[in-house]
Design a protein around this ligand. Structure first.
Ligand SMILES: Cc1ncc(COP(=O)(O)O)c(C=O)c1O
Length: 402
C-alpha cells in the first residue's frame, strides 16, 4: 500500500489551474514589466514564495467536496447549522484546550480581508496600529489601505531566537493614539510560537493601555512535533478585546476556498463587523472545512512529519554548502527564514536576485516591512525533489554572488 509520505513526494503540475504561485508573482513580487530574464526561463521557475502548499489535499476533504457536488445545486449558501461551528470548536478544545464561545464565531473570505475590514472598524483616522517586525506584509497593507499609521517594534534576534522588545512595546502601546495591535502567532516570517509567558507579557501591556489585539493564528496547526501552541485569547478569558483569526486554509491547503474563522468576543464590534459582512459562503468551502476539522487530523500529522524532514534537509544542506547562512528550524509554519547577510550586499533585492540567478521565486527581506535585510523566506511545503532542486539552485547562485 502506498504510504501518505509518497503522496507528499508527488510533484503535481499546477500549470493551467490559475495557481497564484505560477501566475501571480509578477504582480506581487516584482514590477509587472521588470526584466526577469536570467539563467532560467520563467516556465522553469521554482515557486517557493506564496504560502500555500504543493501537496494534494487530504483525501477526506476531497471526498467531502465530491460528495457535496453529488447534490446538483450550488446556490447561495451559509453556515446554516451547528455542524461546522462545533467541528471547529472541538478542534480548538482538543488541540489547544480552548473553548471559545460559539456566539462569538463569525466568518470571513480570508484572514487578510478580515484585517482590512477590522482595522477600519476599530481605528479612527488619526489613530495608530502596532506590529512587531519583520512582519507579514499584509499587516502593513491593511493599515495603509485604511490610512492608519503603522508603529513598528523590531524583534530582537538572540542567537537565532527572535524575542519581543517588551520595553519598546510598552512605550509604543502607551501612546494614546495607538489603539490596536496586529499580532502574529505563530509568527510569519520568523516561525516563532510565542510561549505563554511571552503572550502574557505582550497581552498585558497592550490591554493595560486599552489596545485591542487582533491575534492572527492562521499558522497555529502547523507545529513542529515538539511544540505547543497557546491561543492568546485563552490566557485572557475576561477580556473581550482579543480577536482571534484561525483558518483551515494554511493547515489543509485550502486557501483558494476563501473561508476563515474570526472569534470576536466584543458584542458591539462583532455586530458592526457582521453588519458589514454578507454571510454567503461557498458551499464547497463549508464542507471542506468541516471535513478538515473532523477527519483531517491523521493527514496533518503525516504532513508535519514531512515538513519536519524538509526542514532538516534544508539545515543540513545549508550547513554543508553555505556555512555562513543562518537558519533555525521554525517552531511552526512551513516557512524557512534564512539569514544570508554574510553573502549578500545590504542593498541587494534578494527576491529579484534569486529569480534572475537561480530561477527560484522566494521572498527577500524587503517584503517584510522592516528589520529583515539580508534574509530570504522560503516555502518548504513542496515535494522533496522540488526542494532539492530549489536549494541546489539557491546555493549555486549564492556561491556565484561575490
Ligand atoms: C500571518 C498570515 N495571515 C494571513 C495570511 C493569509 O490569510 P488568508 O489567505 O486567509 O487571507 C497569511 C498568508 O500567508 C499569513 O501568513
Amino acid at each position: 500500500m502506498a504510504t501518505l509520505h509518497s503522496q507528499f513526494d508527488t510533484i503535481i503540475n499546477r500549470k493551467g489551474t490559475n495557481a497564484m504561485s505560477l501566475s501571480g508573482y509578477r504582480g506581487y513580487l516584482f514590477e509587472v514589466d521588470e526584466d526577469l530574464c536570467g539563467k532560467y526561463p520563467e516556465d522553469e521557475f521554482i515557486p517557493m514564495w506564496v504560502a500555500d502548499m504543493e501537496f494534494a489535499i487530504a483525501p477526506e476533504i476531497i471526498a467531502a467536496m465530491r460528495n457535496r457536488l453529488d447534490h446538483p445545486l450550488l446556490g447561495y449558501s451559509m453556515v446554516a447549522n451547528q455542524d461546522y461551528p462545533l467541528a471547529f470548536q472541538n478542534w480548538c478544545i482538543d488541540r489547544y484546550q480552548w473553548k471559545f464561545n460559539l456566539e462569538h464565531l463569525v466568518y470571513s473570505k480570508g484572514v487578510v480581508p478580515a484585517l482590512f475590514n477590522l482595522i477600519g472598524l476599530i481605528c479612527k483616522p488619526d489613530e495608530k496600529v502596532l506590529i512587531v517586525t519583520p512582519s507579514y506584509a499584509f499587516f502593513k497593507h491593511s493599515a495603509d489601505y485604511n490610512g492608519i499609521e503603522l508603529v513598528c517594534s523590531d524583534l530582537i534576534n538572540i542567537d537565532g531566537k527572535y524575542q519581543m522588545n517588551l520595553a519598546d512595546i510598552e512605550e509604543k502601546a502607551s501612546d494614546e493614539k495607538c489603539v490596536l495591535a496586529l499580532f502574529c502567532n505563530p509568527h510569519n516570517p520568523t516561525g516563532r510560537v510565542w510561549s505563554e509567558e511571552e503572550l502574557l507579557e505582550f497581552g498585558k501591556r497592550c490591554l493595560d493601555h486599552n489596545l485591542t489585539i487582533i491575534s492572527d493564528e492562521i499558522h497555529c496547526d502547523l507545529l513542529r512535533k515538539n511544540q505547543e501552541f497557546t491561543p492568546m485569547a485563552r490566557l485572557f478569558p475576561n477580556s473581550d478585546r482579543i480577536i482571534t483569526c484561525m483558518a483551515p486554509s494554511k493547515t489543509f491547503n485550502l486557501a483558494g476556498n476563501l473561508f476563515a474563522n474570526l472569534i470576536i468576543p466584543n458584542d458591539d464590534l462583532r455586530k458592526r463587523y457582521s453588519d458589514n459582512y454578507i454571510p454567503i459562503e461557498n458551499p464547497l468551502s463549508i464542507v471542506a472545512a468541516e471535513a478538515a476539522y473532523t477527519r483531517g487530523r491523521e493527514w496533518l500529522s503525516q504532513l508535519t512529519d514531512y515538513l519536519d524532514s524538509n526542514f532538516h534537509y534544508l539545515s543540513e544542506q545549508l550547513a554543508m554548502h553555505l556555512p555562513h547562512a543562518k537558519v533555525v528550524i521554525p517552531e511552526s509554519t512551513y516557512l524557512a527564514w534564512v539569514n544570508l547577510s554574510h553573502y549578500s550586499n545590504k542593498d541587494e533585492n534578494l527576491t529579484l536576485f534569486f529569480a534572475r540567478k537561480a530561477g527560484v521565486l522566494l521572498e527577500g527581506g524587503e517584503m517584510f516591512v522592516t528589520n529583515a535585510d539580508g534574509y530570504i523566506r522560503l516555502n518548504l511545503a513542496c515535494p522533496r525533489a522540488r526542494l532539492e532542486e530549489g536549494i541546489r539552485r539557491i546555493v549555486k547562485a549564492v556561491l556565484e554572488m561575490g
